[in-house]
Design a protein around this ligand. Structure first.
Ligand code: 5GP
Ligand code: ZN
Length: 109
């Protein structure tokens, strides 16, 4: 079972930000910005690449709620999902990173 499925099952503790029947938002264990929340579907999907559009619609609505709850709706934020090897995905369970609480900077190399 993947590490995020273990979090969903309560086998690994997490700092929950928001939860409903289908989705869970929790603080990243190694925050890259002042606010760094991960949002996952409770059902395992390997990545955004295979997410059914209906699940994605629910995810979008849930992410909006998380953003309001952590108080970064007005100041803005970055929403990222890494996909596969070149995408830099480490945990093979679809997750969105919400980064904010401070200017997150440009995407440059
Ligand atoms: P990825 O590189 O797959 O997009 O991001 C995985 C993220 O999961 C990383 O930011 C990492 O810090 C976070 N992470 C990995 N293991 C755990 C864990 O056990 N608990 C929490 N809260 N975050 C984790
Ligand atoms: Zn999983």
């Amino acid at each position: 079972m993947c590490i995020f499925c273990k979090i969903v099952n309560g086998e690994i503790p997490n700092q929950t930000v928001l939860e409903d029947e289908n989705f869970l938002a929790f603080n990243d264990i190694n925050p890259a910005r002042k606010v760094h929340v991960l949002v996952i579907p409770k059902v395992h999907y390997d990545s955004f690449d295979v997410i059914p559009p209906k699940i994605m619609a629910g995810m979008t609505e849930f992410i909006h709620k998380v953003v309001s709850k952590v108080g970064i709706k007005e100041s803005g934020y970055r929403l990222i999902t890494n996909i596969g090897s070149d995408g830099g995905q480490e945990v093979p369970h679809l997750h969105f990173h919400i980064l904010g609480g401070e200017p997150v900077g440009k995407l440059v190399r």
